[in-house]
Design a protein around this ligand. Structure first.
Ligand code: AMP
Length: 469
């Protein structure tokens, strides 16, 4: 997610910012720009380079104005179709609005039901659209207040940027699940999910939007207010483990440093005699380096990654994902043949990627594989914007570590401990959402809302029938 306020090249800067944020979503990309309150939108499915290719430069050139917001999508709510690609945009009684949202709302289903019962017609199946409907119904005069009022009804994860063509509003939910940065480029204000997107346009890092904070960029500067009851923030630790780029800073830390420390901690708790340490590139590179530094076992590039394919897992369709593993990684035979290797990966989700990777290594004549995972077993689905499958499909919810080791066909398998993972960040467990590892969800889950709705319906029927108790 990216936003610019106050630069005549707003859309082009946003395009560059989205390029740096491509790892956060590869199914769709889009930009809305604003000039004198008029919004122009271009969105499409695919990578930023598919949606805004060089031979169709007019798409970007059309997006004039000195405000722009942009988004790269990967579907954690709603399908992967054009109508769900953000920024979403709409006209309402007070003008136009465009919005980009990162994260998932856990009560989107019940809010949508309520809005639809009141006559609302939805254009998409995303959870983000409920924010637009709630905002349009607000009696607040100011755009930022209307957004904030809408969000007081939303529960879950939202880092968002929105514009009405006159100002740009950036908000982070009170638990601060997803990152969001403020930057400065000359007189312009920049908003970005990660600092790597500020770097690409040489913007200065100002600070992170705080959990529960609303920041409004307008011609006379930045305004900030906190409309939500304060709570202990619980950012997503999986941002450090997998999602964010290592050259970014998020939640007050360098992702690169956290990942190296994850590797050092793993080397201390799960040492092994081996010839080389290698990573499953790219998200495990720094972890493998940390393991190598701590253990003294040399790091080698056992896999060569084809950089022209995206993150396979992100593709929503299983058949595409299976094919993707093969075209993405190829073992460098001479680096690994006959060797005892420590293979480092960031996480095991379904186990399908690991299984294929290990088969490939075995075929190359690797002598021993000692698999080390930089996070603990993932045993619960995420409801806050990470694409984890249903619980039953998470291998660690079905098998213990020894069964997984046998299933994958490795000589040893050790996961990072929860303490080892958290301590790598320098924070404490209560500073994070760790729900996918420990089942401690910081909000009610979508299932809770569903069962409440069922209970309410039951209540209604009971009242109609005059049943008491
Ligand atoms: P699998 O165990 O086959 O489901 O895939 C696990 C691999 O996918 C890990 O090695 C990660 O690099 C990557 N991964 C983990 N979580 C995600 C996610 N939410 N989105 C995309 N890729 C992921």
């Amino acid at each position: 997610m990216f936003g610019v306020y106050g630069d005549p090249e707003a859309a082009t800067l946003t395009y560059l910012g989205l390029y740096a944020l491509q790892h956060r979503g590869q199914e769709g990309a889009g930009i809305v720009s604003a000039k004198n309150g008029d919004l122009k939108r271009f969105v499409g499915v695919g990578l930023v380079s598919d949606v805004f290719p060089k031979n169709k430069q007019h798409r970007l050139e059309r997006l004039d104005g000195d405000i722009a917001i942009g988004h790269v999508r990967y579907s954690t709510f709603g399908t992967s179709t054009l109508k769900n690609v953000q920024p979403l945009a709409a006209d309402y009684a007070k003008g136009s609005v465009a919005l980009c949202h990162n994260g998932n709302l856990v009560n989107a289903g019940s809010l949508r039901e309520e809005l639809e019962a009141d006559g609302a017609i939805f254009q998409s199946t995303t959870d983000s659209e409920v924010v637009i409907h709630l905002m349009a119904r607000s009696k607040c005069e100011r755009f930022a207040d209307a957004i904030a009022e809408a969000l007081t009804r939303a529960i879950g994860a939202y880092s968002l940027v929105a514009t009405n063509g006159e100002e740009l509003v950036a908000v982070r939910d009170p638990l601060g699940f997803r990152p969001l940065w403020i930057g400065r480029l000359g007189d312009a204000y920049i908003f970005a999910s990660e600092t790597c997107a500020l770097d690409i346009i040489n913007a200065e890092w100002v600070r992170e939007v705080e959990p529960g904070e609303v920041v409004v960029a307008r011609h006379d500067g930045l305004e900030s207010f906190k409309p939500f009851p304060p709570v202990q923030p619980r950012p997503c630790i999986f941002e450090f483990v997998y999602v964010a780029r290592p050259d970014s800073h998020i939640f007050g830390r360098s992702v690169d440093e956290v990942r190296k420390q994850l590797g050092r901690n793993l080397a201390k708790t799960a040492p092994v005699d081996a010839d080389i340490v290698m990573a499953v590139p790219d998200s495990s590179n720094q972890v493998a380096l940390g393991y190598s530094h701590e253990s003294g076992i040399p790091f080698d590039m056992g896999f060569i990654r084809n950089h022209y394919v995206g993150r396979t897992f992100i593709e929503p369709d299983q058949s595409i994902r299976d094919f993707g593993v093969k075209i993405k990684l190829n073992p460098a035979r001479t680096a690994i043949e006959g060797k005892r290797i420590v293979l480092v990966d960031d996480s095991i989700v379904r186990g399908t990627t690991s299984k294929k990777i290990i088969k490939m290594l075995r075929r190359c004549g690797v002598k021993e594989i000692h698999f080390r995972i930089s996070c603990p077993p993932i045993i619960n689905s995420c409801h806050y914007g990470i694409d984890t499958p249903r619980r039953e499909r998470l291998i660690a919810s079905q098998m213990d570590a020894d069964e997984i080791r046998e299933y994958l066909g490795v000589d040893s398998l050790v996961f990072q401990t929860l303490e080892g993972m958290v301590s790598a960040t320098g924070f404490t467990p209560s500073d994070f959402c760790l729900a996918c590892f420990n089942n401690d969800y910081p909000t009610p889950t979508p299932q809770d809302f569903q069962s409440n709705r069922k209970a309410r319906r039951h209540e209604d029927i009971s009242q109609e029938l005059g049943i008491v108790g």
